[in-house]
Design a protein around this ligand. Structure first.
Ligand SMILES: [Zn+2]
Length: 177
């Protein structure tokens, strides 16, 4: 990095410290002695998502955020819960060190986290994401949840209120009549 005052190419680091998402370096120009600061941040490698029809698409944080937000709509979640869920997934994705990842992998990561966070949001996401083959599959999923619930403490959010269940059951493409 050239000195912003005289343009000289060499500087020495006089102080270096970790900041939130990178390193802050205080530098001094070897030519004119001026001091300036640089920040170093990790640039995430680009990640591609392989869709069901095997098309590749660059990973899009906003898209993921919107999907999760939609599932969490009107749920009593803490502010920032959705963002930190997505942050957590991104960290996981980048740690895998792969350049491409199937949509299903991301979907599973979302579901695993939503399952712990909020059961309604989980079911909503799962019903859209997995496009449940039929009501039976969805029912199995709900039953599994219900079984798991038995062992959880009472501070869990309620499972599925009757009206919510009706909405879910009516919405899949192939509903039974
Ligand atoms: Zn200089």
């Amino acid at each position: 990095m050239n000195c912003p005052y005289c343009g000289h190419i060499d500087s020495k680091v006089i102080d270096s410290r970790d900041v939130n998402d990178g390193i802050r370096r205080r530098r001094q120009c070897l030519e004119c002695g001026s001091r300036f600061t640089t920040y170093e941040r990790l640039q995430p490698a680009s990640l591609f998502v392989i869709k069901k029809d095997s098309r590749r698409e660059e990973y899009d944080r906003d898209k993921l955020l919107n999907g999760v937000r939609k599932a969490c709509e009107k749920r009593p979640l803490e502010a920032g819960a959705v963002e930190s869920l997505v942050d957590d997934i991104e960290t996981g994705l980048f740690q895998m060190g792969r350049t491409e990842v199937p949509t299903a992998t991301i979907g599973d990561m979302v579901m695993a986290r939503l399952k712990k966070l909020d059961h309604i949001a989980y079911i909503r996401f799962a019903s859209v994401y997995r496009e449940f083959e039929d009501i039976t599959t969805l029912k199995e999923e709900v039953d599994t949840l219900a079984d798991n619930m038995t062992f959880h403490s009472a501070d869990q959010l309620p499972l599925i209120p009757p009206d919510e269940m009706t909405t879910i059951v009516k919405s899949p493409r192939r509903s039974r009549r």
